[in-house]
Design a protein around this ligand. Structure first.
Ligand SMILES: Cc1cc2nc3c(=O)[nH]c(=O)nc-3n(C[C@H](O)[C@H](O)[C@H](O)COP(=O)(O)OP(=O)(O)OC[C@H]3O[C@@H](n4cnc5c(N)ncnc54)[C@H](O)[C@@H]3O)c2cc1C
Ligand code: FES
Length: 231
């Protein structure tokens, strides 16, 4: 474990902050770190850029992180896990994010956007949950962008005639819908999904993150190719 110091905290929306560190965490898009929040738990968080984590307050530890400030110190193990693979030059790239699933996809977006045609879709409940400035927003209540979810918007705008690569992270029901839509079109080899199963060790030892098909999310993932997982 090593220690990192907070350089900046950006409030992204009501219960989400972006914590920027004073050093590069040396990871690739899709990888995660085990963040030790002293006095709380050690939890897995995806890199949302080379130097940042973007956290939604859902329980004790993540809610404590909402109050982070410049100068705070955290313990870090990692980065760990299999990152997203890079698309080929002739592939059109789609990012389909649900809620805080935007965190790993934001790092991927920043990495790809200057070299590839990238369509980034972010599905949220309402306009108050907008975190990053992406043009393709879907809201459940229609208060911003498309009224509906991220997968519905993806199906509306995707050009299935062209070569494509689809990257996704978000709640399980969203991932399942996307998986089914890609499977129906025989395009599972174009899909990469980042899973967020409950984790403890983060390095493939304890077994707490194992999926229904026997894969360890921390070691074999968290990014899986559509053809390699069974929902
Ligand atoms: C590989 C990976 C990457 C992740 N990346 C991010 C990220 O970038 N940003 C972010 O905000 N969160 C991310 N998470 C989820 C984050 O780790 C959990 O929200 C966190 O561990 C909850 O800890 P807590 O003490 O605040 O909540 P707890 O008190 O432990 O739980 C509060 C609630 O959160 C639920 N919860 C607990 N663990 C998870 C989990 N792994 N996934 C979803 N819900 C969970 C519990 O079921 C409970 O309902 C990631 C998880 C994994 C496995
Ligand atoms: S978290 Fe321990 S095996 Fe994956």
């Amino acid at each position: 474990m090593y220690c990192v110091k907070v350089a900046e905290v950006n409030k992204m929306c009501r219960d989400v902050v972006e914590i920027v560190f004073d050093r590069d965490l040396r990871g690739y898009p899709g990888q995660f770190v085990m963040l030790n929040v002293f006095g709380y738990e050690e939890i897995p968080l995806s890199l949302s850029s080379p130097k940042s984590l973007t956290v939604k307050g859902v329980g004790k530890t993540t809610k404590a992180l909402l109050n982070s400030k410049k100068g705070d110190v955290f313990g870090v193990r990692g980065p760990f896990g299999r990152p997203f693979s890079l698309p080929s030059v002739d592939e059109k790239v789609y990012l389909v994010a649900g809620g805080i699933g935007i965190a790993p996809l934001n790092y991927l977006y920043q990495t790809l956007k200057d070299e590839f045609e990238v369509i980034a879709i972010h599905g949220i409940r309402c306009k108050d949950e907008i975190m990053y400035d992406y043009p393709e927003i879907a809201t459940d209540d229609g208060s911003a962008g498309f009224k509906g979810n991220a997968v519905e918007l993806f199906l509306r705008i995707a050009d299935f005639e062209e070569k494509m690569r689809v990257y996704s992270c978000g709640p399980k029901p969203m991932l399942l819908n996307l998986y089914k839509a890609m499977k129906k079109r025989n395009l599972l080899d174009c899909l990469e999904i980042s899973l967020e199963n409950y984790m403890k060790c983060g390095i493939g030892i304890c077994g707490s993150c194992v999926t229904e098909c026997g894969k360890r999310v921390c070691k074999d993932g968290p990014v899986f190719k559509g053809i390699d997982i069974i929902f």
